[in-house]
Ligand binder design. Structure first.
Ligand SMILES: [Ca+2]
Ligand SMILES: [Ca+2]
Ligand SMILES: [Ca+2]
Length: 317
């Protein structure tokens, strides 16, 4: 099961033949049927915008007689629980199959641009409420916040319950992963070296922590003494070069096309023409350099993407 962010959908694919066997698409749902307050003018019912849902997490859960998917729609400021069993039996994308939800677009009293909600063993839901720099635990029945942790966090994107009373938090913009005691809120472990804007962290069976690096281009396995025991990916610097080169390549193509449009379409003086040609040459050199960097570092980054999926995939199952 995959949170397919760029296509604004959740898909289930067959293994190993990769056929899509189920697709859940928020743009096909009549959200007014979920909550009458969300009328036809509401954001949820108007999908023709870029990055409409930014769906960023799906967790599968087995109740006694039915199965559920907990889905995070980041740009909706909304988390929904979908009755997967009913979806498979009847027509998909049925609003009646959204049996629980938390959040409301733009309503700051709940969650804003959240990440990675998880079911907890006590029946509650824990959420990284990223824009509000906090972790919240919600009672699923009453929707009341039963725990809030917001001490110094900046854009947290993951909070895993990793033992009795212990939370592992990926505190992205502070470039660190911390473990806290839920009751005392004391930090009992911290790793803040060699990571830039981490995306998520998982406890491994050997009690080490696996940290997925997002933009940093590196995945780390760290032990409880804070020592890196395994690393995947090239380096933070190469990834930074790659990503910035990709962005600059697009800008230079745009720059080249713009200069060409002026040279071919407008009557300009000879002096101005020379100036435009020089700018055109500079953009061309930039483009060639960017393409060289993209080509050189591409394979390292592809490997990273696959590993990031496996990190996230492990948690889903
Ligand atoms: Ca999750
Ligand atoms: Ca999590
Ligand atoms: Ca995690």
């Amino acid at each position: 099961m995959i949170a397919d962010t760029n296509y604004d959908r959740v898909i289930e694919i067959n293994y190993p033949n990769k056929d899509i066997v189920w697709s859940w698409e928020p743009k096909l749902i009549n959200w007014t049927a979920v909550n009458p307050k969300w009328d036809s003018a509401h954001y949820y019912n108007n999908p023709l915008v870029y990055d409409f849902t930014h769906v960023n997490d799906v967790d599968f859960y087995q109740y006694n007689s039915w199965n559920a998917c907990l889905i995070s729609l980041r740009n909706f400021d909304l988390i929904v629980e979908v009755n997967y069993t009913a979806e498979i039996l009847g027509p998909a994308n049925n609003p009646d199959n959204i049996i629980w939800w938390y959040g409301d677009y733009g309503n700051e009293s709940m969650v804003s641009r959240q990440h990675n909600p998880d079911y907890l063993n006590n029946g509650n839901i824990i959420i990284a409420d990223s824009l509000r720099d906090r972790i919240v635990e919600i009672n699923r029945t009453t929707k009341q916040i039963v725990l809030q942790y917001d001490e110094g966090l900046r854009w947290p994107r993951d909070a895993d319950e990793i033992g009795p009373n212990r939370l592992l938090i990926t505190d992205c913009f502070n470039n660190r992963v911390i473990e806290i005691n839920k009751t005392s809120k004391e930090i009992i472990w911290q790793f803040d070296k060699n990571i830039v804007i981490p995306y998520e962290a998982d406890l491994l069976e050997n009690v080490n922590i696996l940290i997925s690096g997002d933009y940093a281009g590196v995945v780390l396995e760290v032990n409880r003494d804070g020592k890196i025991v395994w690393k995947y990916g090239k380096s933070i610097i190469k990834s930074a070069f790659y990503l910035n080169a990709s962005f600059l390549a697009l800008m230079s193509v745009n720059g080249i096309l713009y200069q060409l449009s002026i040279l071919f379409n407008i009557e300009i003086s000879k002096k101005e023409k020379i100036r435009r040609i020089i700018i055109l040459c500079i953009w061309s050199i930039v483009l060639i350099l960017c393409l060289a960097i993209i080509f050189a570092y591409n394979s390292a980054l592809r490997g990273l993407t696959q590993l990031s999926y496996s990190v996230i995939g492990k948690e889903m199952f």
